[in-house]
Unconditional design. Structure first.
Length: 225
């Protein structure tokens, strides 16, 4: 179990009082123990899935003051992103609070998930929900959507807001492997994003059971009154 306490403290120190820093570190230490390694979870599952885990968590420290615990975890998630993008500062609103603020990457993916669930047959004729309408947890993390196709085969659907990030394909395949091992069934993967890097596009052509799909937004208009 690891988290970068000193680096996180240094990251926050320009905008937080020493007493506040101690509170943050105390919460993050407890969250780190609860999840079995916060840095490992963020690297394995990504920010969105880790925040989704926190949103549903009720064990300490998410029991007495859940909003505070989720807000502090969100700050650590921002710090995690900042390590990959050095120009990001603690004041940058990169990641939504755990209440899934609309317009954030997390919020957009949650909205995408709800929209996709309502129209699975548009992705692939005959595709139906197979997870009871909520994310399914497996050994490697939480799957956005699990469905079955017309042949009865399980399908892992992984959603990414914007261009598909590095590691997303491996993440989705890891979910499929874990689900297949658990159910003793063959599992396909649908990875959905607005666009894909050339490297992922090339790799997908040599990966059996994986299909990439691009989404597009369309606008609708209603009177403001």
């Amino acid at each position: 179990m690891t988290y970068r306490s000193e680096q996180f403290k240094e990251y926050l120190s320009p905008t937080r009082k020493p007493s506040t820093l101690n509170v943050y570190l105390s919460y993050i230490g407890r969250i780190d123990r609860l999840i079995g390694g916060l840095d490992e979870a963020l690297a394995r599952d990504g920010v969105e899935k880790t925040l989704a885990w926190a949103a549903a968590e009720t064990r300490p420290p998410f029991d007495n003051f859940p909003s505070q615990a989720k807000s502090i975890l969100n700050s650590y998630a921002q710090f995690h992103v900042a390590q990959q993008s050095p120009d990001v500062s603690p004041e940058d609103d990169l990641i939504a609070d755990a209440d899934q603020t609309p317009g954030s990457a997390f919020g957009i993916e949650r909205e995408m998930q709800a929209a996709v669930r309502k129209q699975l047959s548009r992705i692939e004729p005959g595709l139906v929900e197979a997870d009871g309408g909520k994310e399914l947890g497996v050994a490697t993390g939480y799957i956005d959507i699990v469905a079955r196709d017309t042949n009865g085969k399980l399908v892992v659907i992984e959603l990414k807001a914007g261009k598909c990030p590095a590691g997303a394909m491996e993440q989705a395949l890891g979910y499929a492997q874990a689900l297949g091992d658990e159910k003793n069934e063959e599992v396909r993967v649908l990875l959905i994003a607005s666009d894909f890097p050339d490297r992922i596009m090339a790799a997908s052509k040599r990966t059996v059971g994986l299909k990439l799909l691009k989404y597009e937004f369309s606008l609708s208009f209603t009177p403001a009154d």
